[in-house]
Design a protein around this ligand. Sequence first.
Ligand SMILES: [Fe+2]
Length: 453
Amino acid sequence: MSQNLFDTSKVDETAWHLQGNWAPVKEEVTVDSLEVKGEVPKEINGLYVRNGMNPRSGYSDHWFFGNGMLHGFNFENGKVSYKNRYVKTPYYEKDMDIMSSFGDLSSSPANTHIVEHAGKYLALEEAHLPWEVDDQLETKGAYDFGGKLKGAMTAHPRICPKTGELLFFSYSSFAEPYLTYYRVNPEGKLIQIEPIEIPRAVMMHDWNITENHVVFMDLPIISDMNLAIETGSPFGFKPECGARLGVMPRNGSNADVRWFEVDPCYVFHPLNSYEEGNNIVLYVCKQQEAMVGGFQDIYGGDTTVARLWKWTIDLDLGVVKEEQIDDAPCDFPRVDDRRTGLKNDYGYCTTLDTKADSLTIGRYLLKYDLTNNKRLTHDLGENVTGGEAVFVPRSSDSKEDDGWAISMAYEAETDRSKLLVINSQDFESSPVAEIYAPQRVPNGAHGSWVSKD
Ligand SMILES: [Fe+2]
């Protein structure tokens, strides 16, 4: 049953997610001082921690199923130390297969993101509970907000920079409610739980917040047991189901949600969203379609690669204006965390290669100057690929792009990984520092900057 449900029959050890810099590493290592080319700015003090899929056995049926491994780079007064640790959930300890893990909300791969809120570091994956780790990346346990969280948690919660609230949702693939909204106060107490009605179960990977609203994305990667039986994949792209954005006040409920139609598409990751008068603006990495051939088919050519789009929801007229901002293929968008849900002038993306036959990260990082409609390009160099770029402000009150974009990069020729520190205001120049990891850091998913100033 488990083999059929996720159509793993065509996957073997030559699958793309086990090759090159997607291949897992085996060792957990701790190194006090890393080799640096250039100079690490002394103003950078804190922890950059990135999560990613790293199957313990060396094999996983799907990129999404590898065990979560955290890579932490601790910056202190110009020196950087490194530590990598698995998130040791039952899925790791028992080396479980993914279907067994669905019976237990705590058996998470915990492989997609890590965020810090109210002093807790939560390693996240979207079908299970969060897992708490300490600031040394050692696993503490499953975290359910004092027993109040009885479902999964998205890997993409948002922390409001104005209120300090943590906002998130969960989606369920096979049982109602298919969508639930949660609000956590700045002290870490879960204070609101709202089931939200949507017509069918969909894969909802990410979402949006603004100062007063949240915006759900009901986009047509649907999940359905009948589909699993018919096609071998429980997920499929069904544009005929339509695509909608649901706007709800942050303290609202299902009755308050207003739904707005958009052209069928898929968005794994929005860049940011904000209110502008009676409009809500969303910048999103939007692709024409997704998982066309089922769950294994994350990448199926040009139409499944995202580009930057702007959606403007007119709350008065009840319509959405859709504009393509750029034709560069890109994803893993990030904004200065201090602008989450607020008007941002800048955003950072990672390019993807549209010519490859699997998900392939490109050799450029992009900085969008959205106000002046400009794209700046950081060329990583021949045979070097990057990752999600996270913004580190120079200080807590420095202006929006006064700081550094940091990104994991991989040099194919030397088989080495390095953390790049790029001056955001001189984005196209060489990094101010290239910090070499003591062992390869496989391509991963998302990470966070946790300031210690
Ligand atoms: Fe994601």
